[in-house]
Write a protein that binds this ligand. Structure first.
Ligand SMILES: [Cu+2]
Ligand SMILES: [Zn+2]
Length: 220
């Protein structure tokens, strides 16, 4: 396996030479191994997203803090996600949506993070980062899940994009209006973070996973 990884840059180079000139918009046939992390961390890429409340949080909304952690084996692993959030009401009847949004730009808070990351121009909830709905228990949301359509490497990497926590439940595209198929009518953005690459330590520090569920809309 290690040998294959080492050969990746060479294969890409050969493909480029065979293809003649570099085009203006090259589409690489295989994702290049993220370096140096793939070598350092046993072919695995780790990312973290440090969740904080938005600056203009309405007083009625909880101040949510915590982390969303990501792990993926290069090049064919399924993206694993650990959500670990606190600051929710002790007694909480509200289910909240979470999605990966396109930009990691917090210059105007959650406004500049854009819409749901949607590289294939499909309807919600078919976006690669549609995490689903999450209920809290004793003030925390703790969940393990997989996101089969999302990647930490390659042309559609989610690195540098954002995770948004919404005030309300995602209707998962079942609503009667247009917005349902764009964003799931999940209401205001109440907490946000930018996804960045990291070491394995945060992933390893968190407790063993509890519930395992398939990604994209199957969470309750
Ligand atoms: Cu969202
Ligand atoms: Zn979506």
């Amino acid at each position: 396996m290690e040998k294959i990884i080492l050969q990746f840059p060479l294969i890409l180079l050969v493909l480029h030479i065979q293809g003649g000139q570099f085009s203006d918009n090259p589409v690489l046939p295989i994702a290049e191994a993220p370096q140096p992390e793939v070598m350092e961390f046993n072919n695995t890429i780790y990312a973290t997203c440090e969740v904080t409340p938005v600056h203009n949080l309405p007083p009625s909304q909880p101040e949510i803090f915590g982390q969303v952690l990501f792990k993926q084996l290069f090049p064919n692993g399924t993206l694993e996600v650990k959500i670990n959030l606190r600051g929710l009401p002790a007694i909480d009847n509200q289910v909240r949506a979470m999605h990966i949004h396109q930009y990691g730009d917090l210059s105007q808070g959650c406004v500049t993070v854009g819409s749901h990351y949607n590289p294939h121009h499909v309807d919600h909830p078919g976006h690669p980062g549609d995490l689903g709905n999450f209920a809290s228990k004793q003030g925390v949301i703790r969940q393990f899940l997989t996101l089969p359509e999302a990647k930490l490497f390659g042309a559609h990497s989610i690195l540098g994009r954002s995770v948004v926590v919404h005030e309300k439940e995602d209707d998962l595209g079942m609503g009667s209006d247009e917005e349902s198929k764009r964003s799931g009518n999940a209401g205001k953005r109440i907490a946000v973070c930018v996804i960045g690459i990291t070491t394995p330590s945060l992933w390893q520090k968190t407790e063993p996973r509890q519930d395992v569920e398939e990604g994209t809309g199957s969470q309750r």
